[in-house]
Design a protein around this ligand. Structure first.
Ligand code: PMV
Length: 382
């Protein structure tokens, strides 16, 4: 067989452990010149996917590219304090963890396991005593996923710490790429929160430089309208989800529609990107709503089947569609892996839409709770 042909037919194994991309055993502190103790704080937002990531392989790699808007109000503040350990210790992560000022054992053990998995990337972490203080801008019980904001804030702190100690991430694009990579290892969708306005995660010929390993910014490719979009989150239920995102992704492996779904996501991304470039709100809204419904349809036809939507989620969806038909306002919904409905609309109709929420939607929200959010500028160092 000719060599070239042979090579062409050789696919990279899908399940390779891709942490190697940033493995760097040289990131070790010189103990004869230890750093002073210090702290780093980042505020990082959540994001809402318009093209959904649902189904993964290997270590948090997506089966299809996804696109999200970066939010502004739903965010996590994380402070990472560090001090050099004079005693080498046992090579383990030395961590204290506080959530809203209180020690939290569950979060601590998850974070510790995550940091341990990152030792090939940040080997200096085992030389430090670390304290993480973190908190969200929204009530923990609100049913708003905090993994995207939380994991991106932590990833940013880790990259800033690397840069403070070694000066290795001076280039802003390199910095963002690594922060997005590390955030992805913590929670897939978190990798998109690093960038202002909008981001794409997952390899696609539509976006130069796109990758399964990290997200890339696409703000420059979208119309100004979308940089002034609102996302008011209608909290239908604050209960813990019956099926976690992790289990939901896993159920895609046995879903008979999986391959068709991944192909559909790629096609929809092309249509959505074009609509977002040109500012075509009607096409935008159609794709975004279809994506939301597809996500939940995939859950309903998983084996075992499950439903995260609640009766009030459907009432709200119907009311949004009726309001749009009646007023002609470009108001659309999307959903993440839960019962809450995200109401998406351009900033120039904020007064009309807020009145609509007040008059017609609030009654269907648990305790009348609505988290107002909008498209934001991305994370900030505090
Ligand atoms: O990042 P995860 O594993 O929590 O999965 C997120 C899945 C969705 O929110 C439903 C879609 C997405 O792309 O964010």
């Amino acid at each position: 067989m000719p060599k070239a042909k042979h090579l062409k037919n050789t696919k990279t194994p899908k399940h390779k452990n891709t942490i190697h991309m940033y493995e760097n055993p040289r990131l070790i502190i010189d103990s004869s010149n230890p750093p002073e103790a210090g702290s780093i704080t980042w505020r990082s937002p959540s994001n809402i996917a318009l093209i959904k990531y649902w189904g993964k392989y290997g270590r948090q790699l997506p089966q299809n590219p996804s696109l999200s808007l970066t939010l502004a109000a739903s965010c996590t503040d994380t402070m990472l304090e560090y001090a050099f350990k004079e005693e080498a210790g046992d090579g383990q992560i030395d961590l204290e963890f506080y959530f809203h000022g209180e020690a939290n054992e569950a979060f601590k053990s998850k974070t510790k396991a995550f940091l341990e998995s990152l030792l090939p990337v940040f080997p200096f972490l085992k030389q430090l005593k670390l304290v993480v203080q973190t908190g969200n801008s929204f009530p923990h019980s609100a049913g708003i996923a905090s993994s995207a904001s939380g994991m991106s804030a932590l990833a940013l702190c880790l990259c800033s710490l690397e840069d403070a100690l070694f000066g290795t991430l001076q280039d802003p694009a390199d910095y963002d790429k690594k922060a997005s990579f590390v955030a992805r290892l913590g929670s897939g969708s978190a990798c998109r929160s690093i960038f202002p306005h909008a981001a794409v995660w997952g390899e696609t010929p539509l976006v130069a430089g796109s990758s399964n390993e990290f997200a890339v910014p696409v703000a420059e490719q979208i119309h100004e309208t979308f940089k002034n979009f609102h996302d008011d989150i209608l909290i239908v239920s604050q209960d813990e989800k019956a099926v976690s995102s992790r289990d939901g992704h896993a159920l895609m492996d046995g879903n008979p529609y999986a391959e068709a779904r991944y192909a559909q996501a790629r096609q929809r991304l092309a249509t959505l990107l074009e609509a977002m470039r040109s500012g075509d709100l009607a096409t935008f809204g159609k794709i975004v709503e279809d994506e939301a419904m597809t996500l939940h349809a995939l859950m309903m036809c998983s084996n075992p089947s499950y439903t995260l939507l609640r009766p009030n989620s459907l009432v709200i969806i119907e009311k949004i569609r009726a309001y749009r038909a009646k007023t002609g306002h470009p108001v659309y919904f999307t959903l993440d892996a839960g019962p809450n409905v995200h109401l998406l609309y351009p900033g120039d109709i904020v007064h009309e839409v807020r009145a609509f929420i007040e008059d017609e939607l609030k009654d269907y929200c648990e305790d009348g709770y609505v988290q107002q959010d909008w498209v934001g500028e991305g994370p900030e160092e505090m």
